[in-house]
Design a protein around this ligand. Structure first.
Ligand code: GCU
Length: 720
């Protein structure tokens, strides 16, 4: 987004208006607020370009387009913009496809539309019957919907529209939220209330919230929702639940959101009454085919299945001596006649403890490359362990050229402060997407595997583990909404920067006042690195508390070794870190030679990943000139100090936004500051018990003992 095409807003006026016009703000409207524009210059320009709306064609989606436009425009422009059907005048907003509108068919847009596919769109100032109009066109009505939301975003972020000229095509085809929601309405790793899906009341009562959920998703390009937890319950495949699912699908349909379900592999036994779920058993094959036919009778546009198999206790084909490919393909064959897909997760756990968990997915899936049906994705988490604050990219990216890989990011902040820390995740997403795998030489970034261009895949996809619940502001923390937003915007356009997305979101969610937007955007952009520093600096990982994962737990050592912290940090009196070079687990050999070469030498390994790949002595010399021990201490302190700075920045902005959200964020930042100090002190004291070195003099000493931190118990943390 070019700032040169944006109107400049007068800050003082804004501050005043913010205080007066926004009261009782609870964040429910997300980024679709459509508050009245008060700047007269902007308002006048928009009024002269938008005198009437003409939407040509008829469909549920077009009805939704009209409703959104009328809400959005009347809200922002302070008066109804008439919807007309006959006469084009100067300043008409004309919306339609060439098939639904002769006026649009007559415009020179055919060549452009050849590039926009089903979902893409064009927004352009054109002469229609000799009158200057803004046209939104696409090949399909859904494209018109995405174009409409994009256009509204232009107004919401105060961009000039007089000579608007946008062609937009999504980077990936399947842009999905994964809800880890259970049928009893608890949400695994959910920190924003209960599950939105009120299974008990469905299908008879359909909450108005479902439509708002669909609108929010459509506005950022999300086109699918897996409704249920990957730790699946076979009950959802029974007729009773399919009827409920169909009711949700009906609300989502006009907004282009397809529903998907998680398929528990043992469902034929658990709800089908069979004695086996062996994917090669004819009765099992028949059961799934009939189940797919039954689902599609109720939900003709059902999206497909997401499957977690042979992982963390979930059943799978390996229970019957079959491979992941045999399991996935059996389901894929049942869905294929209906156009459905299977998303088979690569997040697997062996029943035996591996020498290095980071290697497991690659070891199991790489040999299966090319063996999956054409409607199967392998869904891969961004890193090889588990959504840690920082991980290197997953070695499967680039290693399975014969199989479409779907990206899985986690929006819910399981390992990044859960419900209370302000952590903007787009920089994490971008870091992974921009990593060069070298699969086909330089320039083989993860993003090119996800968008299909590197390996010429026809299906492409990206999934985000949802952070949405029944809290009035949907995500619990006002800033957690930005991670939902960023996921959608990025899956639509992988080339967007984290900075651009943050700015859009802030302008739409809070205010266009740059006195607010600029410093808060800076806070957001730094926030992920701050969290890495106070939680897991220099490549440390998986050192959180057991089970609920809230707070530090570097001492966790009991139970299954690859669920402990000591397995990952390997601290001893000699040093710290996981040796993944040839002298250790050799996980590095799963990467392409250029990456391996860079990472295997501690001197060329990025310091941000040093202890991920190396076990180094406490006196190892860092580029700052400090020893590893001193550097570790400094990072922990810097992380916690950065939160203090965020808090100061935030406090200085009082009065620029509504009081409710200002105070809510302020309160959350106090919790974050306390918890950052907890992470810092607990980890520094713990690692000191191995390093036997003093905390550098210039740093304040922890007030409490290691014992104190080890004894903190939190039995009631939500999300399990
Ligand atoms: C993590 C998370 C689990 C989740 C799992 C998964 O381990 O803690 O709650 O089920 O990831 O992605 O399947």
């Amino acid at each position: 987004m070019k700032s040169s095409t944006r109107y400049r807003i007068i800050p003082a006026l804004f501050a005043l208006l913010a205080c007066h016009s926004l009261s009782g703000e609870n964040g429910y409207r997300l980024w679709l607020r459509y508050d009245t524009i008060h700047d007269t210059v902007v308002l006048q320009a928009y009024h002269s370009a938008l005198k009437q709306i003409m939407v040509e064609g008829h469909s549920g989606t077009l009805n939704a387009v009209i409703e959104e436009l009328q809400n959005g425009l009347s809200g922002m422009l302070g008066q109804e913009i008439p919807l007309v059907s006959e006469t084009i005048t100067e300043g008409t907003l004309l919306i339609g496809t060439p098939a639904s509108s002769d006026r649009i068919a007559a415009l020179p847009v055919k060549d452009l539309l050849r590039r926009t596919g089903n979902d893409g769109f064009i927004i352009k100032t054109c002469l229609v019957s000799g009158k200057k109009c803004i046209v939104i066109t696409a090949n399909e009505d859904l494209g018109l919907m995405y174009g409409t939301f994009h256009f509204l975003r232009f107004l919401q972020t105060r961009q000039q529209i007089a000579d608007i000229d946008v062609v937009s095509v999504p980077s990936v085809q399947f842009r999905l939220l994964n809800h880890w929601d259970n049928l009893n309405r608890t949400v695994e790793r959910g920190y924003a209330g209960c599950s939105l899906w009120d299974w008990l009341l469905l299908p008879d009562t359909v909450s108005p919230r479902y439509k708002d959920y669909a609108r929010a998703n459509a506005s950022i390009g999300i086109n699918g929702a897996v409704l249920t937890n990957v730790n699946a319950d076979a009950l959802v495949l029974t007729p009773q639940y399919l009827e409920k699912t169909a009711a949700l699908a009906e609300v989502f349909r006009p907004y282009g959101i397809k529903v998907y379900l998680t398929a528990r592999f043992s469902a034929p036994v658990e709800v089908g009454g069979l004695s086996t779920a062996d994917p090669l058993d004819p009765q099992v094959i028949d059961w799934w085919q009939k189940k797919a036919d039954e689902i599609y009778r109720q939900i003709p546009d059902f999206g497909g299945f997401l499957v977690k198999a042979n992982s963390e206790g979930q059943p799978g084909p390996q229970n019957y001596g079959r491979t992941h490919a045999e399991g996935a393909n059996m389901l894929a064959r049942a869905l294929a006649p209906h156009g459905g897909i299977v998303m088979w997760r690569a997040f697997v756990y062996d029943s035996n403890v591996p020498e290095d968990r980071a290697k497991q997915a690659y070891d199991e899936f790489k040999p299966l490359d090319g063996k999956f049906s054409s409607n199967v994705f392998i869904q891969v988490k961004n890193g090889p362990i588990d959504f840690q604050p920082r991980e290197p990219f997953h070695p499967l990216f680039g290693s399975m050229p014969g199989t479409p890989l779907m990206m899985e990011f986690q929006l819910t902040q399981e390992y990044l402060g859960q419900g209370t820390h302000l952590v903007y995740l787009a920089p994490l997403f971008k870091e992974c997407l921009q990593s060069d795998t070298y699969a086909k030489g330089k320039g083989s970034e993860v993003a090119r595997i996800i968008d299909g261009t590197l390996e010429n895949h026809t299906i492409t996809g990206m999934a985000g583990v949802s952070n949405i619940g029944t809290d009035s502001d949907w995500c619990g923390h006002p800033f957690a909404q930005s991670n939902w937003y960023a996921f959608g915007r990025l899956s639509w356009d992988l080339s967007l920067t984290a900075d651009t997305i943050a700015e859009e979101w802030l302008r739409m969610t809070f205010t266009n006042n740059e006195t607010f937007v600029i410093p808060v955007k800076q806070m957001m952009m730094g926030s992920r690195e701050y969290a890495v520093n106070y939680m897991t600096p220099l490549g440390l990982h998986h050192i959180m508390a057991r089970d609920h994962h809230h707070g530090p737990g570097p001492w966790v050592s009991e139970g299954r070794p690859d669920w402990t912290s000591v397995y990952y940090h390997r601290a001893d009196t000699a040093g710290v870190g996981f040796d993944r070079t040839a002298s250790g687990s050799d996980a590095l050999s799963q990467y392409f030679p250029e990456v391996k070469q860079q990472y295997e030498n501690p001197d060329s390994c990025p310091e941000t990943l040093l202890l991920w790949f190396h076990h180094l002595p406490w006196d190892y010399r860092m580029t700052t000139g400090r020893t590893l021990w001193e550097e570790l201490c400094h990072r922990y302190y810097e992380g916690a100090d950065s939160v203090k700075k965020m808090q100061q920045t935030w406090k200085s902005l009082e009065g620029l936004i509504d009081k409710e959200r200002f105070e809510q964020v302020n309160a959350m930042l106090s919790i974050q500051l306390k918890e950052a100090g907890w992470w810092r002190d607990a980890c520094v004291l713990y690692f000191q018990s191995f390093s036997h070195r003093p905390i550098p003099e210039e740093l304040e000493k922890p007030a409490r003992s290691l014992e104190y931190y080890r004894n903190i118990k939190e039995p009631t943390i939500p999300g399990i």
